[in-house]
Design a protein around this ligand. Sequence first.
Ligand code: PEP
Ligand code: CO
Length: 468
Amino acid sequence: MSSTDIRSSKPAADAATVPLDWSPLSWQNFPVRQLPDYPDQQALESAFADLKKLPPLVNSWEIDALKAKLAKASRGEMFLLQGGDCAETFEHCNSSHIVKLLKVLLQMSFIMVHEMNIGVIRLGRIAGQYAKPRSKPTERVDDIDYPIYRGDLVNGYEADAELRKPSAQRLVEAYHKSGLTLNFIRSLTEGGGFADLHHPEYWELNFMKNNKFYDEYAKMVSSITNAIRFMEGILPTELVNLRQVEMFTSHEALNLYYDSAQTRRSPHKDGWYNMSTHLPWIGNRTRDPKEAHVEYFRGLKNPIGIKVGPPYDIDEIADLVQLLNPSNEEGKITLITRFGSKIVETELPKLIDKIEGRGLKVLWSADPMHGNTFATESGIKTRAFDDIMDEIRKSFAVHRQMGSILGGVHLEMTGEDVTECVGGANGLNAQGLSTNYQSYCDPRLNYEQSLELAFMISREWKASQKKK
Ligand code: PEP
Ligand code: CO
């Protein structure tokens, strides 16, 4: 696509908040990774033009509200729970999948609120998490090379030459699916459809019986039940806002056509917002400061996430944080570390030292998933629950030692009863993985594993408060 054809955005007038040389499409002047070569340029132009005309999915007030909450989390006054599918698919745009993810996120957050005594920010990897970075451009299936699957935003999952061709029409379809997903989330969370989920007696907790912490969990659950009964019984309905819950969305802003077409100004506000999601994040593979993704993120008013894992250069990460947040605004940057349980204790302190040493304000979040992936003997991609928990435990400990605050977690999880990660109270082993392995990309925690993790994160948080 030629940049002049789609560059209808005028240069920014509000120089105080937007760099003068930036526009939603200035990234086109930089080298770019992970962007597919669309075979049909005209179709790309037309999909981009369609996307630009469609209404925003979220608004700037919601985006600013999230940023303010993330600022609180960076000070330890709230906690960020970010989670969802590794790769959301168009098929996931159905009632059951959405309800199940919302349900597990909500239940995890209630456990955390109750145990940690602070507010929890629920941030789904949802309503736009359709594009995946890949390490190779092609994949060999039955001796035939196909373009690699890059997520439903780009091409089809089946190994079929036609389906694997990047199709620009999918950009528009992704917008529609995101809109439908978001509409359903809003109706459930704002319209009271989720009220019964506050009641732990409806939770499926039997699996916990296998856990060594069962007694402790049982006490927690009964105490949550009592607290809810008390609130509902004693306070006037208008004061108990138990029927409404707040939920935000996030995705990796990888396909810059999709995200830049939805980057807009808001009336009476300075700057540009990516209005396809509340929080876009930069993946570990596209955070080179000299390249297109960083250029795109540089002009956004949204809070943004940055994934940090090997290979990385500490000075470069600190420079990147400064480049993306020149005014050192609180809540703007969430640094999501994903070192893996083996090296987190040696690597995280160096990064904290550099970032805090420069006085850079960030919200520290831990992604215990992406550094802990391995393949079983039969070649199934998985993660062990114990490694995931271990990285979280070590991250809490390192932050405590360094005097910084771990204010969030970033998880790949689903409310479905899948068998993709080994371990957890039910002791899923490598043989059991094939029972219900559905992920098109990375292995996710299932319902039980996610709830168990919420209990364990809360215990770690409490322990870490006591030791302060
Ligand atoms: C992801 O979050 O799915 C992902 C690809 O992560 P990372 O950029 O950290 O590898
Ligand atoms: Co992933």
